[in-house]
Design a protein around this ligand. Sequence first.
Ligand code: C2E
Ligand code: CA
Ligand code: CA
Length: 436
Amino acid sequence: MNLLEDELTGLHNRRGFQSLLQRHVQNANQRQNNLALIVIDVDGMSRLNGAHGYAFGDAVLQHVARQIGEAARSHDYAARIDGNRFALILTRLLNAGHAELAIQKLFRLLDVPMRHADQLVRVSVTAGVALCPVHATHADFLLRLAERAVETARSAGQHYAFAREASLDQGMPDAWDLEIEMESALDRGELSMHYQPQIRIADGHPVGVEALMRWTSPSKGSIPPDIFIPIAERTGQIKKLTVWAMNTVLRQSSHWSHPWGPLSVAVNIPADLVAQDDLPDMLATAAKLWGTPDIHLVLEITERSLMDPKRSFEILKRIREPGTRVSIDDFGTGYSSLAYFRDLPVDELKVDRSFVSQLLTDPACSHITNLIIDMAHRFGMSVVAEGVEDEVTLQALRERGCDIAQGYFFGKAMPSPAIEQWLNAVHDARAAPPAE
Ligand code: C2E
Ligand code: CA
Ligand code: CA
């Protein structure tokens, strides 16, 4: 069984689609290509199921899937993302006109009736299109806009509609506005660092924190880093933010009292920076200003940083020399090659939250977690599980020999004074003799 494939149609399933969309939107942004996302709903699916039975409904979905596959080129990706909802990612588009051509082709293919038992049936669909970068440059935005375009088409009685440019929507501020606001967010003091605790699983000891950036915009309120970090990456502001983050984290943590021993503080380092030669100097400068021997810096990088191993390994080796550790974030979701695993200049793997959260419900996630823990230990690395939300998951991780846990079960990310208090309270509670 392929976990990323839809059983009924053989297309990608929702999970496979999400990671494909993220990857290709990222590629399109990096290479300044155009991409189109088409969301396609089969009309009147519940009526078809009711009138002709579910076997017929399945046949309709398979028929639509085949036609979408037919309309796609070799570098496009088709997926079934919900019961009667499909998606088609068109990569490397020259212009919006090409998305239109793809839709026309699909409608022509669907004009030919399908045969089921003795009947001929014409299946109708409604489609919505959103373009990257015209409408959005973030995978979540793009999907939302394409889905909304389906509704627009439907309520206007059309077969398809394009997303409206730069439309402001409920709760999701417009990317353009954010880009502009982001420019000066740092100078206006709207950014801050929060810290989420990390616990050693064997004895519950607080051993460190991960630093997570927060942005509170005066006009839009709190904006999640999943939204603003990609914007900062795309607009070239991420380097400035990372230098600021590194200095802020080292400065704030140097004031914390933690008499029981050293603490590790992890900072997220975006892929582009790992490829730059001046990362080691940046770190050295921050460490010179704020470094203390009892704070051990951990750099969280992603698998994407390692795509050019020759270059990144060399830079990471220079970083690791003065005692800074390197951790691979979201491990298992990228495209690491096992071939170079032996030579990885890395000290720690972080099991992605998507595996941890389904550890007890999805056997595949459980196997993957076991594999990561086993592999890390064989290569002398430690393992952090992120997204631990309950005691049973923690217990399952303990049984699997996982070293460190992080997640809402222990605490969310909190401001500097609160994390200092939190760490001390947990340490004191553990040190105190058990109550009678
Ligand atoms: P990440 O590095 O994987 O960070 C972990 C995310 O999981 C954080 O979200 C954290 O709040 C969340 N999380 C932790 N425990 C749990 C849990 O038990 N349940 C659930 N549902 N979530 C949990 P956050 O702070 O929203 O950050 C999202 C992403 O934004 C981060 O993912 C990271 O990729 C990026 N990011 C955050 N801060 C920075 C930063 O300073 N620099 C860079 N480059 N990226 C950052
Ligand atoms: Ca991280
Ligand atoms: Ca992570």
